[in-house]
Design a protein around this ligand. Structure first.
Ligand code: SF4
Ligand code: SF4
Ligand code: SF4
Length: 349
């Protein structure tokens, strides 16, 4: 444990979240804008004009911005990361309450909205997670209630109805949950007991080799999912991913502007391209949908996945523009991409 505390303390000098704004939705494109961190922050740390750096002196270290960030580009503060990674080493039943709760059971958080859904999923899949949400109903902080409700929805969608029932309990459902007989759960805990510890240790050593980043909970979750999949091949998890239409010709703009580099486009041979996605990295931010010039990503859809590693999203056909060689749709008879066509029109005028 000493090792753990030391390495985490080395990860940042000051105790506040660390924003890596190179992954911010607003950084490289203007089609979609995000202000989630500015809207949720109770202390006005983030400059709404986005011209100056965050004012960390005002920060109260609540980590609400970490949970709210659409692209997971804000890493938890060292103190919060330390508390969470210590909690992640526990197996079996984990109860989390907020400090406003009458019964302060289990692990205490200032606000339950400090818990990103990926971290809750990691804990839940290690046994059973009980969230004591009774105090939330009368909480005056509407933003926090909304944020928590959004994270719980994402958690529920990811796990699916069966695993949700088995692994998560919201406090008001406590009685019903206690009545569930759980013969399989014991076997499940036992099978995970070794792998779970190994996962946390691996992720911690990986994350603290340089610093704790905002993807740390996602990496932990991806490893846990892999362990579960190794034992139960029929197991699946649901994530919201872009749906690529047949009209896609693999220009790669979405991959270039995806804040998390979740998409890749490979040209395997002339006229044939493959679009890959790594669900572990995709936060469902919608930038890819917003930047596709040809509207080839109409929707982000729920996809059932056996793991969160790289997979093929689409195989598409394209041809090369006669002017610049860029990929273009196969059905354009003039053989020119939209940019070259516009240039040609401009010259003709
Ligand atoms: S931790 Fe809380 S106070 Fe600090 S920047 Fe984030 S939301 Fe604002
Ligand atoms: S929440 Fe994240 S993506 Fe959105 S503006 Fe803040 S840093 Fe950028
Ligand atoms: S693939 Fe699309 S939705 Fe997923 S993180 Fe990248 S831009 Fe966002």
């Amino acid at each position: 444990m000493g090792f753990l505390l030391n390495v985490i303390e080395k990860s940042a000098v000051d105790d506040h979240p660390l924003a890596n704004l190179t992954h911010c939705v607003n950084r490289n494109q203007k089609h979609l804008s995000c202000s989630a961190c500015m809207d949720i922050c109770p202390k006005g740390v983030y400059d709404k004009t986005q011209k100056t750096a965050p004012d960390w002196n005002a920060c109260q270290n609540c980590d609400l911005c970490v949970t709210a960030c659409a692209t997971r580009c804000i890493a938890p503060s060292p103190t919060n990361a330390k508390r969470h990674l210590l909690l992640a080493q526990k197996q079996g039943e984990i109860v989390i309450s907020c400090r406003r709760s009458e019964k302060k059971e289990g692990h205490l958080e200032e606000c339950l909205a400090q818990l990103p859904w990926e971290f809750m999923a990691y804990l839940a899949l290690g046994g059973r997670l009980t969230l004591n949400v009774k105090a939330c109903q009368s909480c005056p902080h509407e933003d926090c209630r909304e944020l928590l409700s959004d994270q719980i929805q994402k958690l529920r969608r990811f796990l699916g109805a069966e695993k949700w029932e088995k692994h998560v309990c919201l406090a008001q459902e406590e009685e019903a949950a206690a009545m569930q007989t759980d013969v399989d759960r014991r076997a499940f805990f036992k099978s995970l007991a070794h792998g779970g510890k190994k996962t946390t240790a691996l992720v911690i050593s990986e994350a603290t080799g340089s610093k704790i980043d905002a993807m740390v909970y996602r990496r932990m979750l991806a490893r846990r999912v892999k362990e579960i999949a190794a034992q139960d091949q029929a197991c699946s998890f649901t994530m919201t991913l872009p749906w690529i239409e047949k009209t896609c010709y693999g220009c790669g703009i979405c991959a270039l502007l995806c804040p998390n580099r979740a998409l890749e486009v490979d040209e395997e041979k002339e006229g044939r391209r493959t679009v890959y996605i790594t669900p572990q990295k995709c936060t469902g931010c919608g930038v890819c949908k917003a930047v596709c010039r040809d509207g080839c990503i109409e929707e982000l859809c729920a996809a059932k996945l056996p793991h969160l590693d790289k997979l093929i999203l689409a195989k598409v056909e394209s041809k090369s523009c006669e002017g610049c060689g860029r990929a273009m749709p196969v059905n354009k008879e003039d053989g020119m991409c939209i940019i070259c066509r516009q240039k040609k029109k401009g010259k003709a005028k």
